[in-house]
Design a protein around this ligand. Structure first.
Ligand code: ADP
Ligand code: MG
Length: 397
């Protein structure tokens, strides 16, 4: 009830700001969520599996089509200015800063041959940025769903996700797999999304009734980002590709868990932990899905914690702050906890029994204070809906 009301009043506010910025009403207001990944990290670019869920935090977009090929962009979280571009002149490298993400989506749609033109766009988001919660995918996917309607494209969810991913990779210049965009577009409320990155079209909704099972999911934003992110990501990705090539496989996803030990003997030492993480992580996704389908969400706890150990010790993408948040959550009685997202900072998720949220939050704050870190931000998350239209076309224009 409250969430719905909040969303309606936020939609009214972005429409009001749109009118102030551009004059006249938007054609509609759309929402796209951030996400947390429950399990299946660094698997998407190995053609593997993941299990994200959408956050209640969303990026709202008030949008109106234009007939003159101009694209105007403004964000409440941007630099205060309206960026104005010509759709026909969009090319990778020409748009810098935050505007590259939404402009990239328009470019990617045009590049794929869709008949798209200009628009006036105003964004306002509650997804924390740079916290590993995919504010960038929320930004892109809001544009993708809005353009899909404004230009009558009728694209399916996975097609919109691919367009958004292409925007991020080729236009904004950020390498990422398909998971974030698939989660933002295709998740549904009270479910996690079982995603196979090789065939995103075959994703499945897995019921995830946290509240009904007396559970809560906490998202702890450590408010830390270590800058080695991009280069390290590229190196990990290259390592995985090299390992798959040495094993004669199209991707590491094709190595069955039962053949892991033998495969590791054939690999150079530096690739062993990477392969071990990817293969065991894919197995953890399968295990998590079967536990959820059996109605035992609490069983996710140890799976999350094992996933964190693998990211920390094998894949080596955790950092002292995420390790500390996981340790503090477990010490305060969480059923399980892990870093979520690409790593090198960002956020941690903790699965807790209802009623223990406060104890975990307090323990977290105390542990961060003792270690001399800024206090983390702790939010509670229930699985939300994917990208959608919020308000119909206002009549006045
Ligand atoms: P994450 O996706 O984990 O939040 P990224 O570094 O991938 O982190 O994306 C964050 C970037 O996305 C920001 O630095 C900004 O450029 C852009 N961004 C996301 N949301 C918004 C927004 N509402 N307004 C303007 N820029 C945004
Ligand atoms: Mg991102």
């Amino acid at each position: 009830m409250t969430a719905r009301w909040d969303e309606d009043s936020r939609a009214d506010r972005v429409a009001d700001t749109f009118r102030r910025l551009y004059g006249g009403s938007p054609d509609g207001v759309w929402a796209a969520p951030g996400r947390v990944n429950l399990i299946g990290e660094h698997t998407d670019y190995n053609d593997g599996f993941s299990l994200p869920m959408a956050l209640p935090q969303t990026t709202l977009l008030a949008a109106r089509a234009r007939t003159d090929g101009r694209l105007r962009l403004h964000s409440a979280q941007g630099d205060g200015r309206i960026t104005e571009l010509a759709v026909a002149a969009l090319t990778p490298g020409v748009v810098t800063g935050w505007a590259g993400y939404p402009a990239g989506v328009v470019w990617a749609l045009a590049e794929a041959g869709h008949p798209v033109g200009g628009a006036d766009l105003h964004f306002d988001s509650t997804v924390p940025t740079g916290a590993g919660l995919s504010s960038s995918a929320a930004l892109e996917c809001a544009v993708a769903v809005a353009y899909d309607e404004l230009y009558g494209l009728h694209l399916r969810g996975p097609e919109l996700a691919r367009i958004a991913q292409r925007a991020e990779n080729a236009f904004a210049g950020v390498p990422c797999g398909i998971m974030d965009q698939m989660a933002s577009v295709c998740c549904t409320a009270e479910a996690a999304l079982h995603l196979d990155a090789r065939t995103p079209e075959h994703h499945r909704q897995v019921p995830f009734d946290l509240a009904g099972q007396g559970l809560r999911l906490l998202v702890i934003d450590t408010r830390v980002t270590h800058d080695l992110g991009d280069g390290a990501y590229a190196a990990l990705r290259a390592g995985c590709e090299r390992a798959a090539a040495l094993l004669g496989l199209p991707a590491l996803r094709d190595l069955p868990a039962g053949e892991l030990t033998r495969a590791l003997e054939a690999l150079p030492a530096e690739l062993v932990p990477l392969v071990r993480h990817v293969v065991t992580e894919n197995a953890r996704v399968a295990e998590a899905v079967s536990r959820l389908r059996a109605g035992d969400a609490a069983a996710l706890g140890p799976i999350l914690t094992a996933g964190h150990a693998s990211l920390r010790d094998d894949y080596r993408v955790s950092c002292p702050e995420t390790d500390l948040a996981v340790a503090a959550a477990l010490e305060a009685g969480a059923l399980g906890a892990r870093m979520t997202g690409g790593g090198f900072g960002g956020s941690v998720i903790a699965l807790v029994e209802a009623g223990r949220e406060r104890a975990v939050g307090d323990c977290m704050t105390a542990a961060f204070a003792t270690a001399g870190h800024r206090p983390p931000r702790v939010i509670e998350a229930a699985p939300g809906a994917g990208a959608r239209r919020l308000t119909p076309t206002p009549a006045t224009r």
